[in-house]
Design a binder for this molecule. Structure first.
Ligand SMILES: [Zn+2]
Length: 392
């Protein structure tokens, strides 16, 4: 007897894969127009069985029931060529390989749908165990835009700093010994980065030493697969400092003054978010809102408006960087001064197609009047000195 899929399951498998072959090195689109007709379509994809539909077939598993064999869990969307290929060599195309193809294809479809061009790859998941108050292993999935909500000292900054640490190791220093030493279990922070294949980078902590693993193999050095623009405090101008405004602002973004001046000049022409113009003149920074005709000096702006200027520059830098490498903009406690209208404006920008980087931002509470459509929201909840992550 053959445990075939129902029509509904075949449709679901096709649509969840966005009608694209799940073999990552193929990725052929399996649907198109029927040329002889105005409304017809041609489907060249197949809902293939991961373990065979009938006894004697490839990867047949007699430990599962007929019902399980015909369920969506046992299906994968492939083009007809790949469907044939995977059945020819069972030892190469194993159950676990096909399952990972399926997971990756569906993940990619979901990222593409949220407006994220996934060609460069993106942060898809983290796992944390036994660091600070996060004792039990927690898994957090990321989308194009992810919000992490939690009270103070629940681990929001820990998450931001570990993610940032692949790009800039200074963020790791203070976590070196923040593990529960009475607990002999491993302390680790695993970063899953998805580019063609899922890549795992593990940062392991033990007795004050840090070691790295890539896809389970220890690696003496680590290179970040992504750029991080990490903003963790509002910009404050130090009047007493011997350094001028531009120098101070540049170092806030981790840039030299020359780089900063060049960037403002170049990126001001290509991407604009809240502000119409940013101009540097005589070691000062002026901005122009689209609603106003004149330039305003940065220091004449209110606190909230200053924060929006910083955010504007951070967005422009991230947008620029994302042309070359996957880029993550992390805003840790950086949006606290914004009211609902401003937050919604920021969220709309993050959602728009013109933003080609991932964002992660932290909040202590979630404002129910904000539009969180298409955002992934996680809540860090503390009970009995232990923090767990829950999908909001
Ligand atoms: Zn294929």
């Amino acid at each position: 007897m053959r445990d075939g899929f129902s029509k509904a399951i075949i449709n679901s498998l096709a649509q969840r894969a966005a009608y694209t072959c799940s073999n990552p090195s193929c990725a052929q689109v399996t649907i198109g127009p029927l040329e002889s007709s105005l409304i017809g379509t041609v489907n060249t994809g197949i809902a293939a069985h991961i373990t065979a539909a009938s006894l004697g077939g490839p990867r047949y598993n007699n430990a599962i029931t007929s019902l399980e064999r015909a369920s969506i869990v046992n299906g994968i969307w492939l083009c007809s060529y790949c469907a044939n290929l995977v059945d020819k060599d069972e030892s190469k195309y194993t159950v676990s390989l096909l399952k990972s193809w399926k997971e990756q294809r569906e993940m990619r479809a979901s990222y593409s749908q949220s407006g994220y061009t996934s060609d460069n790859g993106y942060l898809s998941k983290i796992k944390i165990k036994n660091i600070a108050k996060i004792i039990n292993e927690q898994h957090i999935y990321f989308g194009k835009n992810t919000i992490i909500v939690g009270a103070n000292a629940t681990g929001k900054t820990l998450i931001c700093e570990f993610i940032s640490s692949l790009y800039d190791k200074k963020h790791l220093e203070r976590w070196r010994n923040k593990r529960d030493s009475t607990n002999q279990e491993n302390s680790f922070f695993e970063i899953e980065f998805f580019a063609d294949f899922i890549n795992n980078i593990t940062i392991a902590l033990r007795d004050g030493t840090i070691s790295y693993f890539i896809n389970g193999l220890q690696s003496p050095l680590i290179y970040s697969p992504y750029i991080v623009q990490y903003i963790n405090k509002p910009f404050v101008y130090e009047l007493s400092s011997r350094e001028g405004l531009i120098k101070q602002f540049s170092s806030y973004f981790g840039l030299t003054a020359d780089e900063f001046i060049n960037l403002i000049d170049v990126i001001g022409k290509t991407s604009k978010f809240f502000l119409d113009d940013i101009i540097i003149k005589n070691d000062s920074l002026y901005v122009k809102h689209s609603s106003e005709s004149c330039l305003i000096h940065l220091l004449a702006l209110s606190g909230t408006e200053k924060d929006k200027v910083s955010l504007e520059i951070a967005l422009r830098i991230a947008n620029f960087q994302s042309q070359f490498k996957p880029t993550i903009l992390i805003l840790d406690h950086a949006l606290t001064s914004l009211g609902t209208d401003d937050l919604n404006q920021v969220f709309n920008i993050f959602r728009s197609k013109s933003v080609s980087f991932q964002t992660i931002f932290t909040l202590t509470t979630i404002n129910k009047t904000c539009n969180l459509e298409s955002f992934i929201v996680w809540k860090l909840v503390e009970t009995k000195q232990k923090v767990s992550a829950m999908r909001y």
